[in-house]
Design a protein around this ligand. Structure first.
Ligand SMILES: [Zn+2]
Length: 237
């Protein structure tokens, strides 16, 4: 369960960010009080605090401090991936994540594509959530080990290859790109299901690999190898 917070659209002025983190801290206190009061009713449900601060690093630190003081089960970076550039998101994530309590889960909200996930993990993030794999799947935008594919493109019309030859999911094991393209073009609901299955499988496989690499202490190599292949590109969509 997440605290109520205010997520500002970026860019925002410093004064707006200051007001916003103050409001977010007041709401967080009330959320915590409500959780304590209803503990018998809600059982052992965890409550995460969310801190804000836009792109202002000192306000990020201030907001984090205010939220950590209230003491939550985990902490989330809010207000990133809301229209700012990737560089800006990475800059904030790399600055603030190491300052978050290491003994509690660190959660980057609303992120992201495969590159963002690896960048977040490198910064020290433990958790993510994102609509991207499922929403993209519904639009025919599919993640593969060699980059994104837009399955509606003409070049896949008679392509007998699996969507991603390196993927072990049932979509890739059983269907061709041409068939997936046909399903997409015909608005067949099966296409949406097969695409969604693949994209979720791809994300889970990526995260499993990253988790193992962190454990074995070779995450930088894992990230480099993945990105090299991922950026080698299929159709550059
Ligand atoms: Zn697959």
């Amino acid at each position: 369960m997440m605290c109520f917070d205010e997520c500002l659209e970026l860019p925002a002025s410093r004064i707006e960010v200051e007001h916003s983190i103050a409001l977010t801290a007041r709401w967080a206190k009330r959320c915590k009080e409500a959780q304590v009061k209803t503990n018998g009713i809600s059982g052992e449900q965890a409550l995460f605090g969310i801190f804000q601060g836009g792109g202002e690093l000192d306000l990020r630190e201030q907001s984090l401090e205010q939220i950590v003081e209230i003491d939550f089960d985990g902490y989330a970076i809010g207000g990133l991936s809301v229209g700012e550039s990737k560089e800006e998101m990475y800059r904030v994530a790399h600055h603030i994540t190491p300052k978050m309590p290491a003994e509690k889960p660190r959660y980057l909200m609303g992120v992201g594509d495969p590159e963002d996930l690896l960048e977040g993990i490198e910064a020290g993030i433990d958790m993510f959530d994102c609509v991207l794999p499922t929403r993209n799947a519904r639009n025919g935008s599919l993640f593969t080990s060699r980059g994104k594919i837009s399955i509606k493109q003409n070049q896949y019309k008679e392509d007998p290859e699996p969507l991603d030859p390196d993927c072990a999911c049932s979509t890739c094991q059983n269907y061709s790109r041409a068939y997936l393209r046909h399903l997409f073009k015909s608005n067949e609901i099966l296409g949406v299901r097969l695409n969604t299955y693949h994209n979720l499988f791809f994300y889970l496989t990526l995260i499993k690999g990253a988790r193992a690499a962190v454990k074995d202490q070779h995450f930088p190599e894992f990230k480099k190898d993945f990105l090299e292949k991922y950026r080698s590109g299929l159709d550059g969509d």
